[in-house]
Design a protein around this ligand. Structure first.
Ligand SMILES: [Zn+2]
Length: 117
C-alpha cells in the first residue's frame, strides 16, 4: 500500500524562490573603430547613476590583435549629452557617443527553471 504523501501542493509561495531581487542593468553595446591602431572596438557598458562600468575589446582586421581593458567612467567624466571618452589599449582617446548601437534586453524567460510539478 502506498503510504507516501508527496507532492502536496501548498498555496503559499516559497519566499526562497526569488532568484533576482536586484534589477539587472541592460548592457549597452557600441562598435567603433580606433583611429590610432585601426582596430575594431566593442564597448560594452552598464550605466547607472553611480557611473559607467564595462569593458573595451579591440581586435584588428587580421586578428593579430585581440585584447581589451576594463572601463570605469565616473559621472563627472560624462560629456554633455551623455557620451564619454575612453582610451583605447593603444592610448588613443576615443569619444563614445551616448547612444548605443544596441542594448541587451533583459533575459526574457529563457532561464526559467522548472521545479517539477
Ligand atoms: Zn587603438
Amino acid at each position: 500500500m502506498s503510504s507516501s504523501i508527496r507532492g502536496s501542493r501548498s498555496p503559499t509561495r516559497n519566499p526562497q524562490l526569488a532568484p533576482h531581487e536586484l534589477p539587472e542593468l541592460p548592457v549597452r553595446y557600441r562598435w567603433l573603430d580606433c583611429p590610432g591602431c585601426l582596430s575594431h572596438l566593442a564597448i560594452n557598458t552598464t550605466e547607472s547613476p553611480a557611473g559607467i562600468s564595462g569593458s573595451l575589446r579591440r581586435w584588428s582586421a587580421d586578428r593579430s590583435i585581440n585584447d581589451g581593458k576594463l572601463l570605469r567612467i565616473e559621472p563627472s567624466d560624462l560629456l554633455p549629452g551623455g557620451g564619454f571618452v575612453v582610451t583605447c589599449v593603444c592610448g588613443q582617446s576615443i569619444v563614445v557617443p551616448a547612444e548605443p548601437d544596441a542594448i541587451s534586453a533583459e533575459r526574457e524567460g529563457d532561464l526559467r527553471v522548472k521545479l517539477g510539478e
